[in-house]
Design a protein around this ligand. Structure first.
Ligand code: ADP
Ligand code: MG
Length: 625
C-alpha cells in the first residue's frame, strides 16, 4: 500500500449521524467529559495489549511501558490524545468509529426521548464514548497502527455525515487522536485546565497519563498527571468517593453513582483484591437471557477478561468492578478459567462477601437497601433457586410486598405478625402488584386479618418450587385448594355458612361445566367476589401454569377447581333456583358466565369471548325486561 492510495469515503451509520448531529449542535455545558471518554478508551486499548502480550510476548517488544499522552498545541489549536495500546486496523476503524460500538453509546441511544433538552443532559451521564470528541472539535483525525501490522491508517471526519480512511505513516504502535479545537472552546488548549480535568475524572487510570505542551516548536514533557496505579490496589482510606465513582463508571461502562461499594483484599488460602459496585440504576441488559456478569477479571494487575461467568454467579450479574487475583498464572487463557479450582474458590468467597455486604446494608441503611432490592431483588431471588448454600442468607435479606400496607417487608417482620393458629407463610403470585391485590383469593385472608405476601416477579414461582419453608413455616399459595381458612378463625362478623344448602347447586354447576373444571365447591375464602378458581393441592400453582403457557412450556393444563361464595347474593339466588324444576337448563348459561368471570378475575380471557358476550347480552336483556 502506498501513500498515493486515494482516501476512501464512508457514510456514518444513520444512528451515528444522528448522534453526531446532536453532539455538534448541543448546548451541553460540561463538554469536558470528552477527555474522560478518550482517556478511558486509551486505557482499554493498553489493557487489551497487555493481555495479548501474555500469550504473545512479541506484541510489546521494543515498547513495554504502556502510557497515555495528552499533548496540547495552542498555536496549531490541536489537542492530541495518544496511547501505545493495541491499535486499530482499517476494518477496526470502520467497525468502531463508524457504527455504534457497544455499551455506552448503544445504551445512550436507547434512552433518547426526542426532547432535545432532556437528551442533551443525558450526554453528561453517558459520555457517549468516542463521538463526544465532536462537542469540542470541528475536525478529528485518528491515526492508528495495530500491533503486529506494518501499515498505519488515518481516519478523519468533521462529524458531518461521513468520514475518510487513508493509509498513513506512524512509527509507534497504538492510536493517536488529534482534535482540532473549535473556536469557542479555547479552554481545552489550556494545560492547567486539562490537568484539572484529568485529575478529576481519570486519576484512577492504571497507566500513567503524561501531559505536555508544544511551545515555539518545542515539546515540554511533564511528569505523569495521575498516580498511574490501579485504584483497587490503593488503601481504602486513600480513595475518595469521587474516585470510586469515576472508577465505577470507567470499569462498568456505567453512568450513575454506585449504590454500594465493596473494596477489600483477601489474603490466606486465596489471595485477591476485589473492588465491586452495585449500581443505582438497572443496567440495560439486566434481563438479557444470557445472564452475563460484567465484572472484570485481572491477574496481578493485568486485565484478563470481562467474560466472567465462572467467577460471578448469574444472580449477581448486576455487579460491576474488578477482581484481581494473585494466585492465577499470568498467562491464564480465557478457556483455562472454566472449571478452574482457584476461580471456583474466588467465586465462592466473592459471593459470600457480597451477600454479607448486602446484609450489612439492609441493617445499617434499610432505605438504601430497599432501593437496591427494588432494582435487583428479582435477580437476587434467582439465587434462592440456584444456590442452596446461600438460601438462608438470601431469605434473610429478601424483601416482599404484602397485604400489610404499601411498604416492603422482610420475612422476619412477616413472622412477627402471624395470627394465632397460622401455620404457613401465605403468598399469592401474579403478573403485577395490582393483579395481586385484586386477587379474589385474598378476601378470606383479609377478612381474618392474615397477611399475604404479594409476589410479582416471574422468578417467584420458580424459587417457591425449590424453597418450601422458612423458620419452620411452609410457604403456601392462597390459590391452592388446601389453604385452610377455618383454622384461622371466623371472618369478622360472619357465621359459618351452612354448606348443605348448596348441594343441589354444586351438582348442577358440575353438570353444566363438565370437563372445564376439576371440581366445584363452596369456600370461605371469598367475601366480596362470587367465585374464584383454585389449583388442587397436588397441582401446579395457577400463576406458574400461566407463566409456562406464555413460554409454550406447559404440556397440558390441569383443570382447576371453581369455588363459590355461599354468602354472595348471586350464589344464593342460584341455589334457590337449583331446587326448582328445570334447574339444569336454567342454570347452564349462568354457570358458564360464572366460570368466565372467575377467569377474568385471574387476568385471563373468557374461554370463548363470542359466546361469553352472547350469554351476557341475553342475561342483561332478561334483566331489563
Ligand atoms: P466504548 O468504549 O463504550 O466501546 P467508544 O465510543 O468509546 O465506546 O469506543 C468505540 C470503540 O472504538 C471501542 O470499543 C474500541 O474498540 C475502539 N477504540 C476507541 N478508542 C480506541 C483506542 N484509543 N485504541 C483502540 N481502540 C479504540
Ligand atoms: Mg469508551
Amino acid at each position: 500500500m502506498t501513500q498515493q492510495a486515494a482516501a476512501e469515503t464512508h457514510e456514518f451509520q444513520a444512528e451515528v449521524a444522528r448522534l453526531l448531529n446532536m453532539m455538534v449542535r448541543s448546548v451541553y455545558s460540561e463538554t469536558e467529559i470528552f477527555l474522560r471518554e478518550l482517556i478511558s478508551n486509551a486505557s482499554d486499548a493498553c489493557d487489551r495489549l497487555r493481555y495479548e502480550a501474555q500469550t504473545n510476548p512479541a506484541a510489546m517488544e521494543g515498547d513495554t511501558a504502556l502510557r497515555i499522552s495528552v499533548t496540547v498545541d495552542k498555536a496549531a489549536r490541536t489537542l492530541t490524545i495518544a496511547d501505545n495500546g493495541i491499535g486499530m486496523n482499517h476494518d477496526d476503524l470502520i467497525a468502531n468509529l463508524g457504527t455504534i460500538a457497544r455499551s455506552g453509546t448503544a445504551a445512550f441511544m436507547e434512552k433518547l426521548s426526542g426532547d432535545s433538552k432532556k437528551d442533551v443532559s443525558l450526554i453528561g451521564q453517558f459520555g457517549v464514548g468516542f463521538y463526544s470528541a465532536f462537542m469540542v472539535a470541528d475536525q478529528v483525525e485518528v491515526t492508528s497502527r495495530k500491533v503486529g501490522d506494518e501499515q498505519a491508517w488515518k481516519w478523519s471526519s468533521d462529524g458531518e455525515g461521513s468520514y475518510t480512511i487513508a493509509p498513513a505513516e506512524q512509527a509507534e504502535r497504538g492510536t493517536s487522536i488529534a482534535l482540532h479545537v473549535r473556536p469557542d472552546e479555547d479552554e481545552y488548549l489550556d494545560a492547567h485546565r486539562l490537568r484539572h480535568i484529568i485529575t478529576t475524572y481519570s486519576d484512577h487510570i492504571a497507566f500513567p497519563i503524561h501531559l505536555s505542551e508544544v511551545k515555539d516548536g518545542e515539546t515540554t514533557e511533564e511528569e505523569s498527571v495521575n498516580k498511574g496505579s490501579a485504584l483497587w490496589t490503593r488503601p481504602k482510606a486513600e480513595v475518595t468517593d469521587e474516585q470510586y465513582t469515576a472508577f465505577y463508571r470507567h470499569a462498568g461502562h456505567a453512568f450513575d453513582e454506585p449504590a454500594l461499594t465493596l473494596h477489600y483484599r483477601a489474603e490466606g488460602t486465596i489471595d485477591y483484591t476485589a473492588l465491586l459496585f452495585v449500581p443505582t440504576e438497572r443496567p440495560m441488559d439486566l434481563f438479557d437471557p444470557a445472564r452475563k456478569p460484567r465484572v472484570k477479571l485481572y491477574v496481578k494487575r493485568v486485565f484478563i477478561t470481562d467474560d466472567t461467568d465462572d467467577l460471578i454467579p448469574g444472580w449477581l450479574r448486576f455487579l460491576r468492578g474488578v477482581v484481581d487475583s494473585e494466585d492465577l498464572p499470568l498467562n491464564v487463557s480465557r478457556e483455562m478459567l472454566q472449571n478452574n479450582p482457584v476461580v471456583a474458590r474466588m467465586r465462592k468467597a466473592v459471593t459470600g462477601r457480597v451477600v454479607s455486604a448486602l446484609e450489612a446494608k439492609a441493617k445499617d441503611d434499610p432505605e438504601g437497601f430497599v432501593k437496591i432490592w427494588e432494582n435487583f431483588g428479582a435477580v437476587i431471588k434467582e439465587g434462592l433457586y440456584e444456590d442452596g448454600e446461600r438460601r438462608a442468607a438470601l431469605l434473610k435479606i429478601a424483601r416482599f410486598r404484602s397485604t400489610h400496607g404499601d411498604s416492603w417487608t422482610s420475612l422476619e417482620d412477616y413472622l412477627g405478625r402471624v395470627k394465632e393458629g397460622q401455620e404457613a407463610i401465605y403468598y399469592v403470585t401474579a403478573a403485577d402488584i395490582e393483579a395481586a391485590r385484586r386477587s379474589p383469593h385474598l378476601e378470606g385472608f383479609a377478612a381474618r386479618g392474615v397477611e399475604v405476601l404479594l409476589l410479582t416477579d416471574p422468578v417467584d414461582d420458580f424459587w417457591l418450587s425449590m424453597v418450601h419453608e422458612h423458620e419452620g413455616k411452609p410457604f403456601r399459595s392462597v390459590t391452592r385448594g388446601g389453604a385452610d381458612l377455618s383454622k384461622l378463625g371466623e371472618a369478622q362478623g360472619e357465621d359459618k355458612p351452612d354448606d348443605s344448602r348448596f348441594t343441589t347447586l354444586v351438582v348442577a354447576l358440575k353438570e353444566a361445566l363438565g370437563e372445564a373444571v376439576k371440581d366445584v365447591r363452596t369456600t370461605d375464602r371469598l367475601t366480596g367476589s362470587a367465585v374464584c378458581l383454585v389449583a388442587d393441592d397436588g397441582d401446579m400453582d395457577l400463576n406458574l401454569q400461566r407463566l409456562l403457557k406464555m413460554h409454550n412450556q406447559l404440556g397440558t393444563e390441569s383443570p382447576r377447581i371453581l369455588e363459590i361464595n355461599p354468602d354472595h347474593p348471586l350464589v344464593a339466588a342460584m341455589a334457590a333456583r337449583a331446587d326448582q324444576p328445570g334447574a339444569l337448563d336454567a342454570l347452564k348459561d349462568p354457570a358458564l358466565l360464572l366460570l368466565d368471570q372467575a377467569r377474568i378475575l385471574e387476568g385471563e380471557l373468557p374461554s370463548d369471548p363470542a359466546a361469553f358476550a352472547r350469554r351476557m347480552a341475553d342475561l342483561m336483556a332478561k334483566g331489563l325486561n
